[in-house]
Ligand binder design. Structure first.
Ligand SMILES: [Zn+2]
Ligand SMILES: [Zn+2]
Length: 292
């Protein structure tokens, strides 16, 4: 599998020369295996696929983790949606396909945007994805798990030809702040240890983990508890607890410049080397490719 990184930021896009290296667009990944591909999240990075759209396959699926703006704002700017030769199914964490449609179309209300989904010319349909669901699409086998965020949010596990990637963004450690859990998790009785263990079990055995890297521990503790995100510290712990060997911090704060991210990268890498931790950590950089 090949990961193409299209959008690395959380919250809102960042622009300017301070953001060239790691990128200013919000969450989006293109995952390919041969000619087949899927798209994870529709942040502003999605529009970058437009000019260089993979010509070999005009049909694909887009898996949305949730409907926060930074994960769907690229959808109105994705030019294949305006080409009748393309066909897409957009999946998201709702109870019905209509709810997925409505949540996406919400940002295309005439108060916010001049056209809406009805004006798209591609064949586009909507479907639900929830924890426990399994989807086979071409060479990809996909499943998902609820994570701890302010609205129902999924992490996806994508398997193809024996390799597995987990995409877990917008997740806050359960023990620090418990967001309302979906009804299917009520059996855990809000036990944060059990909820954490199921996340660890989901990740275990995967080859690559894309993880929430929004805050430093100081930022998190200073007024950001309950905002739905992780610190580097808690994400590193989750990676280690899950036995992951390759992990990538993602969803960079819109305030974090290239220089600051370089410094954090060095600091965390030195910490890992000094403590001989069995994990390799990188930071997501726009337009980079990672082969799994
Ligand atoms: Zn986000
Ligand atoms: Zn979010």
């Amino acid at each position: 599998m090949r990961i193409r990184i299209l959008g690395t930021r959380g919250g809102i896009q960042a622009s300017g020369s301070n953001y060239d290296k790691y990128g200013g667009d919000t969450s989006c990944f293109h995952i390919s295996d041969g000619d087949n591909y899927i798209i994870l999240d529709g942040g502003s990075g999605l529009r970058k696929l437009s000019p260089s759209m993979v010509a070999s396959d005009k049909e694909s699926i887009i898996l949305l983790t949730h409907f926060h703006m930074d994960h769907i704002i690229g959808i109105p700017f994705f030019t294949p949606f305006f080409n009748k030769d393309y066909k897409f199914v957009v999946y998201g964490p709702k109870d019905t396909p209509d709810e997925v449609y409505n949540s996406v179309n919400g940002i295309l209300h005439k108060d916010y945007f001049p056209i809406n989904i009805e004006n798209f010319q591609s064949d586009i349909s909507f479907n639900t994805f929830i924890e426990g669901q399994k989807l086979s699409y071409k060479s990809f086998n996909i499943e998902a798990i609820w994570v701890n965020h302010s609205s129902n949010t999924l992490a996806y596990k994508v398997e193809s030809n024996g390799k597995k990637i987990v995409y877990m963004t917008d997740h806050e450690p359960y023990k620090d702040f418990l967001h309302p859990v979906p009804p299917s998790l009520s059996k855990y009785n809000n036990d944060t240890n059990l909820l954490y263990d199921r996340i660890v079990d989901f990740i275990k055995g995967s080859d690559f983990l894309i993880i929430d890297g929004e805050y430093t521990i100081e930022e998190y503790r200073s007024k950001r508890v309950g905002w739905g995100h992780s610190s580097y510290n808690s994400s590193l712990k989750l990676g280690l607890d899950s036995g992951i060997k390759q992990m990538m911090f993602h969803h960079h704060s819109q305030f974090r410049t290239d220089i600051q991210l370089d410094i954090l990268d060095k600091k965390i890498t030195s910490y890992i080397e000094y403590n001989k931790l069995p994990i390799n950590v990188i930071f997501s950089k726009v337009n980079h490719y990672i082969d799994i």
